[in-house]
Ligand binder design. Sequence first.
Ligand code: F3S
Length: 81
Amino acid sequence: PKFTKVDQSTCIACGACGLTAPEIYNYNDEGIAYVILDDNQGSVEVPELLRPDMLLAYEGCPTGSIKVSKETFVEEGHRVK
Ligand code: F3S
């Protein structure tokens, strides 16, 4: 997978993802995680070098809130770059 996005409706602000992959995930004022690269749109490819960290964060999230995909999370036509 190249794309990632945080499901903020289920994130419990546990803080694991930002420790595992600090270049990909950060937290908003409530401690809820988001993807730094594209403001949590899931529209920008995670650089190859960071993908192992992305997968570790994906596996490590206790609530399954980290989503990963081969495809962008943004529907064609609504793509924001
Ligand atoms: Fe939230 Fe999971 Fe990260 S609960 S803070 S998305 S590890």
